[in-house]
Design a protein around this ligand. Structure first.
Ligand SMILES: [Ca+2]
Length: 462
């Protein structure tokens, strides 16, 4: 492996860093299926989320932060590689086919690979969902350490004396340490937080990268007994109460982590990102309905509307990124790897689709060095450029696609007024941009479910 080039004195860094600085730790906290609108800082009011709100106030809140897919596994594939996952066929959740063929393609390098080669300790705590076979295991994909589960969902209240469903990595109730199944007792959110704190303490002497991938607030919507007294009596829906219970637990967890970083003096040398892997799954009956709310955005997990792909997106690095600020230009989870590598002074070898966000987050650049963001998820397609979004979305009840529609997100963030007929030149330009982008995409390596990945387009594009 060639030694990574160090870029301590790259031009962008000059205003930020007067002298070569110690390489920061990188902590990426990912929630699962968290709605755009459920955190206090995002306008949510049903339960308080003081710790996530404080994390937002300690850094930059990105109002237009996107993930590269409206679904768990492809979104994580995009984040971890810094590349559109459609470049390498990771278009759907890896569930249809033989397990040994399903997972993040082995030719792709992850952020963990890149930071480990640069001397970082690397760990994954929580959900993987990027392959179940030994060669797709997180410890084969750049992570020194792994504590969590390999599949797309897991129950929360775990009992050591419950009959473990050993024998398949795709079972629920199967927490691993490394490659070994464990019998564990406790709440998954708490267990993962404890493991995260231990990881941080274990690597106090060197920079580390921790991907802390909570399964909260994904289904199953279990109510943790210790949150009962904090759930609002006015909310009667058991599913919503379960979601809010998981959200309270997630906020408590982030509070524990940030307090630990502060208490050990590590907060100032840790770059933290918090985001969800896709939008809330707020509608029955599709896609692990969890009551997550995306208002005023339209649509849900699985869809190309903003509600599927625009997520809570926070960045904090005390002393380096301005506290209490808002970033309102489009940014992407694809950008986290290039940003972390830039902060670590590591050149991003190979072709990444994401860009370094540090100049934007620091308030030194108005926008990322990129013109547009693109999406493809089966027959669904989208491109965002500035205020405009061209989208071909799927109606999962009707099992049809919309054809290309044009929305002005600055004036109409809820995507209610299709302007394709009124602005034909804009629509044509964006469609051409999308098609040019799509020419470099690969065919899916495995199929999705029939509705997200129908055998033939349900509607001809306009
Ligand atoms: Ca998800």
């Amino acid at each position: 492996m060639p030694r990574p080039r160090l870029l301590f004195l790259a031009l962008w860094a000059a205003p930020l860093l007067a002298a070569p600085a110690p390489r920061p730790n990188v902590l990426v906290i990912m929630a699962d299926d968290l709605g755009y609108a459920d955190l206090g800082v995002q306008g949510g009011a049903e339960v308080p989320t003081p710790h996530l709100d404080a994390l937002a106030r300690s850094g930059v809140r990105c109002t237009d932060g996107y993930v590269s897919a409206p679904y768990c596994s492809p979104s994580r594939a995009g984040f971890l590689t810094g590349r559109y996952q459609t470049r390498f066929g990771h278009e759907f959740n890896p569930h249809v086919g033989a397990p040994e063929d399903l997972g993040l393609p082995l030719g792709e390098r992850t952020l963990a690979d890149r930071l480990r080669d640069a001397g970082y300790a690397t760990g994954l705590v929580g959900k993987w969902h990027l392959g179940f076979s030994p060669r797709h295991h997180p410890q084969a994909r750049g992570f020194d350490e792994f504590y969590g589960f390999l599949v797309g969902a897991h129950n929360f209240q775990l009992r050591a004396d419950a009959a473990p469903k050993f024998g398949t990595a795709q079972s629920l109730n199967l927490i691993h340490r490394g490659r070994e199944p464990q019998r564990v007792e406790g709440h998954a959110t708490d267990l993962f937080t404890t493991e995260a704190v231990r990881f941080i303490d274990r690597h106090a002497g060197r920079p580390w990268f921790l991907f802390l991938a909570y399964n909260a607030v994904h289904t199953p919507l279990e109510i943790a007994p210790d949150t009962l007294a904090r759930l609002p009596a006015a909310v009667q829906d058991p599913a919503r109460r379960g979601y809010l219970s998981l959200l309270l637990g997630l906020d408590d967890a982030v509070g524990r982590l940030t307090a630990h970083l502060r208490a050990t003096g590590r907060d100032r040398d840790t770059l933290i990102f918090f985001l969800s892997d896709n939008g809330g799954a707020g509608r029955k009956p599709f896609f692990a309905y969890n009551t997550g709310r995306n208002a005023p955005l339209r649509g849900d997990k699985g869809q190309m509307f903003e509600g599927g792909i625009r997520v809570p997106f926070l960045a904090a690095w005390p002393g380096r990124l301005p506290a209490g600020t808002t970033c309102a230009v489009p940014v992407s989870a694809l950008d986290l790897a290039p940003t972390a590598l830039a902060a670590a002074g590591v050149a991003p070898e190979g072709s990444l689709d994401g860009v370094n966000l540090l100049p934007v987050l620091a308030g030194q650049a108005a926008a990322p060095a990129r013109d547009a963001l693109f999406w493809r998820f089966g027959p669904q397609r989208a491109v965002r450029q500035g205020r405009w979004k061209l989208v071909d979305w799927r109606d999962f009840e009707a099992r049809t696609n919309s054809g290309w529609q044009l929305y002005d997100l600055a004036a109409d963030p809820g995507e209610t007024r299709d302007l394709a007929a009124a602005q034909p030149a804009v629509a044509a330009e964006l469609r051409a941009r999308w098609e040019a982008w799509d020419r470099d995409n690969a065919a899916p390596r495995w199929r999705g479910t029939p509705n997200e990945d129908p055998p033939a387009p349900a509607a001809a594009p306009r």
